[in-house]
Structure formats: structure tokens, C-alpha cells
Ligand binder design. Sequence first.
Ligand SMILES: Nc1ncnc2c1ncn2[C@@H]1O[C@H](COP(=O)(O)OP(=O)(O)OP(=O)(O)O)[C@@H](O)[C@H]1O
Ligand SMILES: [Mg+2]
Ligand SMILES: [Zn+2]
Length: 442
Amino acid sequence: MAEPGYVVLARKYRPMKFADLVGQSHVVKALSNAMTTNRVAQAFLFTGSRGTGKTSSARILASALNCMDRGDGFEPCGRCASCVAIARSEDLDVVEMDAASNSRVDDVRERLESVETRPARGRYRIFIIDEVHMLSTSAFNALLKTIEEPPPHVKFILATTNPEKIPETILSRCQRYDFRRVTLGEIVDWLEAICAKENIRPGDGVLQAVAEMAEGGLRDALSRVDQLVAFSGEKPSLEDAERVFGLVRRAKLLDLLEALAGGDARSGILFAEEVFDSGKDVAEVLGSMVSLARILLLVAAGGGDERGLDVPVNELPRLKQVADRFGIHGLVYLAEMISDCRKRVRRAAFPRVLVETTLVKLSMVGNLEPLDRLLARLYEASDSAVSIQRNESQSAKELPDRQESKPAKDAQVAAPKNDKSGTLSERDKAALDALKRQFGAS
Ligand SMILES: Nc1ncnc2c1ncn2[C@@H]1O[C@H](COP(=O)(O)OP(=O)(O)OP(=O)(O)O)[C@@H](O)[C@H]1O
Ligand SMILES: [Mg+2]
Ligand SMILES: [Zn+2]
């Protein structure tokens, strides 16, 4: 149980200076250059997936801009009155606004009322607007007016996970920084360092497994460590992690996929039974399978090039082996089927049947023809059908009375020749329909 006053790890370990940020060196480099050369933009936009450091960086940048003891460097000192107040979200010169809960135009107007006011202590008045994509259209318009020509003592830092929802007019006035998903290795190293400080001694493979589930987000990774420790104390084992998160080890999933690739439908049914009987969260298990399918696809598509592959080197031979069993077409199908199943499973009336049928269908992948070959065959078949028809009509032309009586049929047969593009897409459609029927995908 968490003791009273317990601060979750993700808050306790909020980065307070640029050097604490993990995995975002490109952002740090650009921002620090701007600071040391005094070419700081008036408006910044921090984008990227959940828990990668956007809000933390907005605060670090605000501290750095107003730090009273920064000297020639770019890091905030962390000790001066301004840095301390910003860390507590109590600074008068830094206005933080969460657009998720303040999305109306009045909220924006109210916060921006003070733009003309000179900063109380620091060099700048800094407006941090978090989750900025949540602003209403009129709220964006109100913001736009100020962002177009802010007074020289004002800086804006906007943060969002959904940059595509931000109007072009705002985007074009911001300097944009994309926060990237953090790699597996970086997450594991970072978690190890925190665990050492917290006296947490995870068993072999635990942090690797946690990092894999986090999909590049550090907050998510750390929250899972919290959850694990709450469940099993300071020495969580891989078995604990499997129980808490409904994890299935990658090695086991690879065994399953290999069996399916070999046409072994029974292994799919047995696996579904095991997952459902163990009370694991089946959506999480399917999620691990989707991640694995993605890795296998990268392995297959990379053709021996391992760049961008975020897996331990010693697992590569086995991954290659299973990827080869499916082939790239089979893997695409696998990834689509499982992610579709994952999407539907929580709302399914009979989730177990859904998972079983999905796995059984996957066991048929090995027997399916690759998409391109199947399409080629369909083209061939329809080409010969057309030529048969053409021959028929040709012989019909030789009989004057029949030709006169059936002009419409000739026109139809001639049509594919005249309108090649139309026929092709018609043919594609028919081929895809046939595929869908064969694959049973919706
Ligand atoms: N790049 C990072 N370096 C170190 N810690 C990080 C990083 N990104 C996230 N964290 C951890 O996650 C917590 C939350 O980070 P932060 O609020 O900055 O993420 P965010 O990108 O704003 O997330 P969201 O998209 O959910 O708003 C931090 O307190 C820290 O523990
Ligand atoms: Mg945030
Ligand atoms: Zn300071």
C-alpha cells in the first residue's frame, strides 16, 4: 500500500533541467543553442506522444528563460527564487494553462489579460498552454491575435500530443519541436537508475518488459514500476509483472506464432484458453502481440538491416526465424488481424470466441497465397474470361443476324479495351473482394 503523502515516481522524478531529459537530445541541443546565442523565438510548440517530456520541458525552458543565476549557460540554476517558484507552479511571471479543462474563449482571454503587464521578477512573462489542441475555435482565434504580435517581454510555450488539430495560422507562428518516443534501451537504463535510488530491485527481465509496454513513453514506464511495486514490494519478479500486467513473454508469443505459421490451429485455441483462464487482461496480451507483429515486420522488411530495431541482439535470430515463416505478406495480415481483434475484444459479446477464431484464422496464413500472387492469378483469370468472351463475340459477328440482334453485348465486351483504367480498378475491386472473402477480414 502506498503510504500517506506518497508521491508517485513519475512526479518525484520530473526532470528539472535539460540534462535530466532522457532521449530528447535534439530538442535540448536546439533550445540550448538558442539560449546561449540569445535567439529565442517568441512562441514554441512542443509536440510528441504521451509522457515524453513536453510539459517538463516547457517548465525547464521557462525556468531557464527567467533564472536569476544562469550566467552564460543554458541550464536553470534550480535554486534562485524564480526557479523555485516555477517548480512549485507558483511563479507570477509564468502563467500555466491546461487547455483540456480551460478550452473556452473566455478562459483564454482571462489568462491573456495580463500580456501587457511587465514581468514581476523575471525577464519574461511566459505563457505555457498545455494540451493546446483542446482549445475551441474561438479560443484559438483569441490566442492568435496575441501570438501574432506579442509584446517583447512575452514568450509562449504550447504543448500537445495532437499537432494536427492545431490551426495552420498558429502553427506557422511557432517554432516546433518534436519529442520522440524514447528507445527501449534508454528507458531501461533510466528505470534502472531510478530503481537504484528507490531501493527497488527488479528481477531479470522486469524492466525490459515494463519498457516494452511503455511504447516509448517514460511516464507510462515509471507508472508501471509504481504499480508493480505496490503489488509485489521492492523485489518484483518477472512472474509478478506477468501477473500484474497480463504479460505474456515474447518467447512464448513467438512459439505461438511459429505454431500458427505451421498451420497448428489447436495451439491457438489452447493459448486463448490459457489467457482467459489465467484472468489476464486479454487486450494487453493482444497488445503485446501487435507490438511483436510490428517487430517481425521490421525484421522482414529490413532484410538483415537492424537499424531502427529496438530489440536485444540475442533475440534477433529467433525473430528472423519466425518472420521468415510468415513472410512479409503473412505478417501484414497478422498485424492487421490482431490489432483488429484487440480493438474489438473489449466490446465483444463473446471475446473468447473472437480471440479463438482470430488465432485459428492466423493458423491458415501459411496456406494462403501472397497477395501479389493471388492478384496476378485473378488478373490472369479475368483476362482469359475477357478473351473467351471476345472470341465468342467475334464468332457472333460472323453471323450477321445475331450481330444485329445483340448490339448491346458487343458494346459491353468492347468496353474493357476502350476504358483500361476503369476496368483495372473494377478488377482490383473484384480481386480485393475475393481476398476479403477468403481472409474473412472486414
Ligand atoms: N524525456 C523525459 N526525460 C525524463 N523523464 C521524463 C521524460 N518524459 C517524461 N518523463 C517522465 O514522465 C513524467 C511526465 O512527463 P511530462 O509531463 O513532461 O510528459 P508530457 O510529454 O507532457 O506528457 P503528456 O503528453 O501526457 O502531457 C515526468 O515527470 C518524468 O517522470
Ligand atoms: Mg504534458
Ligand atoms: Zn534559477
